[in-house]
Design a protein around this ligand. Structure first.
Ligand code: MSP
Length: 682
């Protein structure tokens, strides 16, 4: 079995997972499941990136230690990966001793290659990026080119890595391996970046407690990216006793290696048997993976990844998602309503892998209704219903090996496999849907539902219905990597209760004859789009949720909807501490307030939440408060609420208020003397 090593980026623990993190992990999971079905020996790694200044600061803000913060977020990741059926083989945390051990060994090798030196480091430092920028690289107004946030001038003595020395070796690697950086446009970008000249890279920080001590340089900690990138090999046991014995560039005389490292990272003498080592990530962190990481490996004399694949970004209603804008898509609500597999499907169907894609609730419902409820659900249920009626709750007694669906299925499977091999998930799904459409057409033309009434359970009917079931079985088998739970349900529904997780099972002919065919439970109940959209908007600030919406939407603090008198009569469900923390409550000061024209209830506010610019909010508190009495007072804001428009004015958050018996809102305020703007309330 060819070894296939597949990784996601390791996620920072200063944020709770959102759709971007879920996307990469779902992609990796889909690919891992597909490669297992193709017969590869797959190892799939994910994990968390826990060191560095950002985590240290986030923990301090929450009044916990960095490790406590990490533990909390890691628990959330584990919970979420279970929900999404992520089939990773390992989860690495950079705070683990096995990781530190590997980082130390990697640095020892880089040092032995003569690639480290001490020098003064001055420049404009962006803390969220954990990177220094030159004056030239900054955006106008001396802002970080990535975050647009203010940068700080830093001057310290750092350990430097001789990155410039690897400029030509990196170009040689890129040129000799046309598939090493994907997609092609990104490969060209990386190549030009390297060609334009590399500067040595600072790989240590001083004055940072939360990090791995830099071996040989007391007072220095390892730069987070050197620390983090190493996870891809430390998780395989690199740096553990003897792990690299047998690796072509490894030092002589070491003891038996960690077999994982040897299986998945070392280069086999015969290139065709070499393991595939593929890193998946978003385009924003490609440079780290396609330039710095290979350079570190070259310096350490270790094999390079065979491919780094950068996908695009999920935008929210065509805008970049950002915590400060408050438009980040979190998964809980969608999962609660539609199930994790529907979200997996949407993410993989909607994005052309490699390009940006837009997340919108409307598109989500449309996809759900048209692809899942209609094309897949209805085709399956229609053929199952007629078959059950005609053949006493069993699959038909006669199979069929000559009919017009067979060549279509053959072509579809070939296209599906070719697309999956290229990580073109959208094309793979499109191919499967072609077979569904053909099967539908085949049934519509032959009208088996009429045949059964007119002629009863004939041989011809048996073959037609068997063909229908067989086409759905092939589609559902191809869907196993995408929707592991739902695909199994569909397979069971069309009479295939024993699932063969192998691509060979996509060949025509697998549906058993005269096998029990259970009654079909609705797989994808259609969503009432209008109701759904109005429910979403009703959970926006200042609006009154209709009763139906209040029943089904995720529990939101009842008192937090200023103009909605407590609509929740039933006791709200208990929430875990993680669920509570998913709602970001922050202290802010009202800097400006005015009435929204033509409304006696709505007030437009600009609230300083300690962010670069004050946030615009609209609150339905105008009957109880005048704008003047709000200005300069502190309030508590739900800072990560989806933005919504109220009477045409965008609101990016919600002010907390209790509602008295007359429906009058009473604002919640921090106790005097107040708290710094942006302080988290918990
Ligand atoms: N810790 C680093 C990675 C170190 S890997 C050695 C990191 N972490 S992250 O949590 O900020 O981001 C993890 C991944 O999420 C990145 O691949 C990033 O591109 C991805 N995404 C974050 N937001 C995203 C979207 N809106 N859309 C798609 N993916 C995006 O970077």
């Amino acid at each position: 079995m060819p070894p296939y090593y597949l990784t996601t980026p390791i996620y920072y623990v200063n944020d709770l997972p959102h759709i971007g993190h879920i996307f990469t992990t779902v992609v990796a999971d889909t690919l891992a499941r597909y490669r297992r079905m193709a017969g590869d020996d797959v190892r799939f790694l994910t994990g968390t990136d826990e060191h560095g200044q950002n985590i240290e600061r986030a923990a301090a803000r929450e009044g916990v230690t960095p490790l406590q913060l990490a533990d909390k977020v890691v628990a959330r990741y584990h919970e979420l990966w279970k929900t999404f059926g992520i089939s990773h083989d390992d989860f690495i945390r950079t705070s683990e001793p096995r990781h530190e051990q590997g980082v130390v060994e990697l640095i020892r090798r880089i040092e032995a290659a003569g690639d480290l030196y001490l020098a003064k480091h001055e420049g404009w430092y962006c803390s969220p990026c954990e990177l220094f920028y030159t004056e030239k690289e900054l955006s106008p107004g001396q802002k970080c080119p990535v975050h647009g946030a203010a940068v700080e001038w830093k001057s310290e003595e750092n350990v430097f890595f001789r990155l410039a020395k690897y400029q030509q070796p990196l170009l040689d690697w890129i040129d000799a391996n046309p598939e090493a950086i994907r997609p092609e446009t990104r490969r060209n970008e990386v190549r030009s970046f390297v060609e334009s000249g590399l500067r040595d890279l600072s790989v240590s920080r001083t004055g940072l407690a939360w990090g791995i001590p830099f071996p040989g340089y007391p007072g220095h900690t390892v730069y987070v990216w050197l620390d983090a990138l190493a996870n891809y090999i430390t998780a395989l046991g690199f740096g553990a006793e003897g792990a690299t014995a047998g690796a072509p560039h490894g030092p002589e005389g070491q003891q038996p290696a960690s077999s994982l490292y040897r299986s998945f990272w070392s280069d086999a003498p015969d290139a065709s048997a070499a393991p595939t080592r593929i890193h998946l990530m978003g385009k924003d962190i490609l440079r780290f993976h396609a330039v710095y990481w290979p350079a570190f490996l070259l310096s350490a004399g270790l094999p390079l990844p065979t491919q780094v694949w950068a996908h695009g970004w999920w935008l929210r209603d065509s805008k970049k998602m950002s915590k400060s804008v408050g438009n980040v898509v979190r998964p809980d609500d969608l999962v609660a309503r539609f199930g994790p597999d529907a979200l997996r499907y949407y993410l993989l169907r909607e994005m052309v892998f490699g390009q940006d894609a837009n997340f919108s609730d409307e598109a989500f419902v449309d996809r759900f209704n048209s692809d899942l409820a209609n094309d897949l659900g209805n085709t399956a249920s229609r053929v199952v219903r007629v078959t059950r009626g005609a053949f006493d709750g069993r699959t038909p007694p006669l199979s069929c090996d000559e009919n017009p669906l067979i060549p279509v299925a053959r072509q579809v499977v070939a296209d599906y496999r070719a697309a999956m091999d290229q990580l073109a998930f959208q094309d793979a799904l499109r191919a499967l849907w072609r077979l569904l459409a053909e099967a539908n057409q085949y049934l519509v033309v032959r009208e088996p539902w009429k045949m059964v009434k007119a002629e009863g359970a004939t041989d011809a009917l048996s073959r037609i219905l068997w063909n229908g079931l067989e086409a759905v079985r092939i589609v559902a088998t191809g869907l196993l990597p995408f929707m592991p739970t739902v695909a199994r349900q569909v397979l069971a529904a069309v009479g295939t209760s024993t699932v063969t997780e192998n691509l060979d099972a996509m060949a025509w002919g697998g549906t058993p004859t005269s096998a029990p065919l259970p009654e079909l439970a609705p797989l994808f109940p259609r969503i009432d789009k209008e109701k759904f959209m109005s429910e979403i908007h009703s959970s926006a600030p200042g609006s009154t949720p209709p009763a139906a919406a209040a029943e089904t939407s995720t529990p939101a603090p009842a008192a937090a909807t200023p103009v909605a008198p407590a609509a929740t009569a039933a006791a709200p469900a208990e929430v875990s501490i993680d669920q509570f923390f998913a709602t970001e409550l922050k202290v802010g000061t009202v800097r400006f307030a005015e009435r929204v024209p033509k409304s006696d209830k709505l007030i437009r506010l600009l609230v300083d939440l300690g962010e670069e610019t004050p946030r615009q909010l609209v609150a339905g508190i105008g009957k109880a408060y005048t704008p003047e009495e709000l200005v300069d007072h502190q309030v508590v804001v739900v800072a990560n609420l989806k933005p919504a428009k109220l009477m045409g004015v965008e609101s990016r958050g919600m002010i907390l208020a209790a509602t008295d018996a007359d429906g009058k809102p009473i604002l919640v305020r921090p106790h005097a003397p107040g708290a710094a703007n942006g302080t988290r309330v918990k």
